[in-house]
Design a protein around this ligand. Structure first.
Ligand code: NAP
Length: 206
């Protein structure tokens, strides 16, 4: 059954974001899907359209760049798209000793995992408060609960997401707006990558 409500999901061209898009579509939500790769977004759109009749709109944006978030907002306004629910899912991690990892990549991770989550939440929460309806789901991680040697910046970034979400959830008490952090453990794809990295590190030690 259609809900006539719209959820914007970042990083919906694969992985957890794609699976969430499928679940929201099954619940009848119209979808606004955002990621960099329009080809992958189109594949997700086709797959979901083969199983449901929700409206799906795609936006190709690099959300680690502030000007692309601003252009996303403008395009949503121009098309009169109201975001009822926001899922901040786009994010990534890097593996390696902090002294040896690439600073630019890490700053880009902080931009996407922290700045973008903050920026998008600020953009859409105001409308939710005016309507006294809606929700924000932030994808944190089990990494949020402790420091993570060899993934120091990623773990710290997810601590921010969890702390930020819990604080907002408290601020929204007494309203109809739910702010939720999801803290998944490693998926199969990530576990495979971690094993490859561990093997590389151990082969250097031996
Ligand atoms: N997988 C895990 O084990 C795991 C565990 C705990 C938490 N998490 C968290 O769950 C979230 C999703 O992880 P995942 O493993 O499903 O990731 P994934 O498979 O690598 O997918 C990441 C998604 O984010 C998009 N994305 C990446 N950089 C982007 C950017 N700069 N601008 C816009 N979109 C961007 C990607 O699409 P494009 O490349 O097309 O942009 C893709 O759709 C992340 O926040 C991650 O930290 C994952």
């Amino acid at each position: 059954m259609k809900s006539n409500e719209t959820v914007l999901i970042t990083g919906a061209s694969g992985g957890i974001g794609k699976e969430l898009a499928i679940l929201f579509a099954k619940d009848g939500f119209d979808l606004v899907l955002v990621a960099r790769s329009i080809d992958n977004l189109l594949k997700v759109k086709n797959e979901i359209e083969s199983m449901s009749n929700v409206k799906i709109q795609l936006f190709s944006k690099d959300l680690s760049k502030e000007d692309e978030i601003v252009s996303l907002e403008k395009e949503l306004n121009a098309e009169n798209i109201q975001v009822d629910y926001l899922v901040n899912n786009a994010g990534f991690g890097l593996f390696g000793e902090f002294a040896a990892t690439n600073l630019d990549e890490e700053l880009n991770m902080i931009d996407l995992n922290i700045r973008t989550v903050t920026h998008l939440t600020k953009l859409f929460l105001k409308g939710m408060i005016e309507r006294n309806k809606g929700g924000v789901m932030n994808i944190a991680s089990t990494a949020a609960f402790q420091p993570g040697p060899l993934m120091a910046v990623y773990y710290a970034s997810k601590s921010y997401v969890l702390s930020f979400t819990e604080a907002l959830s408290n601020e929204m008490k007494g309203t109809n707006i739910k702010v939720t952090a999801v803290c998944p453990g490693a998926t199969e794809r990530i576990l495979e990558n971690v094993l490859i990295c561990m093997n590389q590190i151990y082969s250097k030690v031996e």
